[in-house]
Write a protein that binds this ligand. Structure first.
Ligand SMILES: Cc1ncc(COP(=O)(O)O)c(C=O)c1O
Length: 416
């Protein structure tokens, strides 16, 4: 995507707008798939939560990816985008009966359970539906990945996964259930991970678990799941986890078990392929600080406020001769935590200038909200020299959809 295209899109569609690069997503998918398949048989299941726009889903489905979902809403999306239900893995720590029933009825590829109670619920609902649930157990391997505390998920005491010492009993229970088959043992240890070591440690633990389950007579395993989490560069020169190094870290799990390795990457595939375009509304000096007040805020891109994430910011088509100035790029929302970037050196970020917030393709739009009754932004897909809107900017009417100022009041007796 070049600056000319970005300026044209901002002019035609307005700002804020997310813009995604289809070519880069294809390249990243190909690089990851090549690194993995060189080492072991693999299934790539795109983690839909990273960016769930239908056009992105359809693009990845077309490349051969399966999907990793965490809600009934994501199941609805992946089906709408053309994924076969058998190519979908259902993860997540708290699935409702309705979600489990719908997934079973669709013929979901696998449900990753995260507790004994959930496994029992899935098996019972499968029995009621007269089908057999294909179950994976997400293990908490007690591995701490060095990343933001909010995106660590594999250490003891966290809400995710089944504790290591309880997996064998649960696996036996699933294996013995007439309406369940244990098809996978897996983990997901966190997000934005830039080192191979925690994957290697987790993979070792999964390998010994698989060995002990087999020793216990369980012969139905079809794959091992090492989750997602591969980090990306949020600034020039940042350390990242190369797909080859990731493959090296988890390959021993295949070598030890002979099983294909399932991966669930989200950010790696789409993060670098998205920018959020926003226009500077005003400049302001106050208390010795210089602010560029943009028309995008924390409702559009939450990561800086939530994780203190640092996204590269640049002026699209920098004005010749402008010299860099330090400023805070902030949004219009009534929160001091509403910022897109602090103490940034930008040249030509005058009122009306177009800013590109880079590396925003993952957990950008998908974490957006209507806070402050702001309409969620438009989304555009660029593919070489063509581009198209893949989600329109919300209308004012979308803000009040489903609401009423005049409820149909119900009374205690009626509810009972
Ligand atoms: C179960 C599961 N798999 C995969 C992912 C994708 O992570 P990432 O986007 O870091 O690859 C997540 C993210 O939270 C997850 O919870």
């Amino acid at each position: 995507m070049n600056d000319g295209q970005l300026a044209t899109i901002a002019h035609a569609v307005g700002t804020p707008v997310y813009v995604y690069d289809a070519v880069l997503i294809r390249e990243r998918y190909a690089a990851l798939a090549a690194a993995l398949t060189r080492r072991f048989p693999t299934h790539v299941h795109y983690a839909v939560k990273a960016n769930s726009n239908l056009a992105i889903l359809a693009l990845l489905q077309g490349l051969g990816a399966g999907a990793d979902i965490v809600s009934g809403g994501e199941l609805f999306r992946v089906r709408a985008a053309g994924f076969a239900p058998g190519a979908v893995v259902f993860s997540g720590v708290g699935k409702t009966d309705e979600e489990i029933r719908d997934a079973l009825a669709a013929g979901i590829g696998m449900i990753n359970v995260e507790s004994e109670a959930e496994a029992e619920r899935v098996a019972a609902l499968a029995a009621a539906a007269g089908c057999t649930a294909r179950i994976g157990i997400r293990v908490n391997p007690d591995v701490l990945a060095e990343t933001h505390p909010y995106t660590q998920t594999g250490a003891k005491g966290m809400k995710f996964g089944v504790p290591l010492d309880r997996v064998s009993v649960l696996a036996r229970r699933v294996a013995d259930h007439p309406h369940a088959t244990l098809v996978c043992i897996g983990m997901h240890i966190g997000s934005q991970i830039i080192a191979g070591a925690p994957y290697r440690a987790g993979a070792e633990r999964l390998a010994s678990l698989v060995a002990s389950l087999r020793a216990d007579g369980i012969t139905t395993l079809e794959a091992v799941d090492v989750g997602g989490g591969l980090g990306i560069a949020y600034h020039a020169g940042a350390a990242v986890l190369d797909p080859e190094d990731f493959a090296d870290a988890v390959a021993p799990l295949h070598d030890a078990t002979g099983l294909p390795i399932l991966v669930e990457p989200g950010r790696y595939l789409v993060g670098p392929a998205g920018v959020l375009l926003t226009r500077v509304l005003f400049r302001k000096q106050a208390g010795g600080r210089d602010f560029a007040i943009a028309d995008a805020g924390m409702n559009d891109l939450l990561r800086p406020s939530l994780y203190q994430a640092i996204h590269p910011i640049r002026v699209v088509g920098t004005a010749a001769g402008a010299s860099p100035e330090e400023m805070d790029v902030v949004g219009p929302i009534c929160e001091t935590g509403d910022f897109l970037g602090l103490r940034r050196e930008l040249a030509g970020a005058t009122a009306g200038a177009l800013l590109a917030i880079e590396a925003a393709g993952a957990y950008g739009f998908s974490m957006s909200s209507q806070y402050n009754s702001r309409r969620r932004p438009a989304e555009v897909l660029v593919d070489g020299d063509r581009w198209g809107v893949v989600r329109s900017r919300e209308r004012l009417e979308d803000l009040t959809a489903g609401e009423t100022a005049t409820p149909r009041w119900r009374h205690e007796e009626e509810a009972a």
